[in-house]
Design a protein around this ligand. Sequence first.
Ligand SMILES: [Mg+2]
Length: 275
Amino acid sequence: MVSTSSAVNWPPIDGIISDLDGVVYRGSTAIADAIEAFARWRKAGVPFCFVTNNSTHTPEDVVRKLTGFGLAIAPSQVVTSAITAAELIRTNYPELTKVYVIGAPSLVTAMREVGLEVTDRSPEVVVMGLDRDITHEKMRIAVEAILNGAVFIGTNPDLLLPTANGFEPGAGATIAAVAAATQVQPSIVGKPHVPMIETALSRLGTNRASTIMIGDQVPTDIQAGKKAGLATVLVTTGVPMRQDPSQMAPDFIVSSLRDIEVSAARAARPQQRRA
Ligand SMILES: [Mg+2]
């Protein structure tokens, strides 16, 4: 059921997971209401964590950007698809150590930071993200490794990315090429899949029943939040909303993050739960 921002009965909100692009900023421009809202929530003691399908930026890159907008956060408050892929390998395949990476330097960094060896020699895992220097040779190495039994992980399924002048292929397009060649489907960690949301939830340490997911896109943010069992809030500051009856609808729709009543919800609950 969709509620609009007027006369909304907001549920108790103990934690917030939020998308970045289209919610907190658009490109290099801050969305003022959003910066103010997060600053207010921090003051109220509500923990929040940002999630982004973009594997080409490190959490530190995001921290620098938000600090520039006047919102100081810690790197641990940013979960990228690169960070999620690294943590997923560590959790689900603790015995595997050798990873072949097609992606940006930030994806390589994320793997190394969890102790994985990044190599093209007999890799046990192939991780693919957006690589603007992708070559046929890189794809050959990935294909061969996967055919030899390597685990296949993709950062995010985005097929098409908007640019200043038009579009470029996203990580999902090249991941799809390797999947087609090998006939092996990758595990995708980014939205609309749930692993990134689960990583953010564990960082927050909040109960999923009182944690909300904020995003500007129904096909990615809202689906990921719903699949993870969170109440979802669509903010209409990003891409225009497309009606698609095959997709789960957001629980709430707001035109500004100002409309989300977090402190009121918490004030009504004298006993604050800590996970
Ligand atoms: Mg977005």
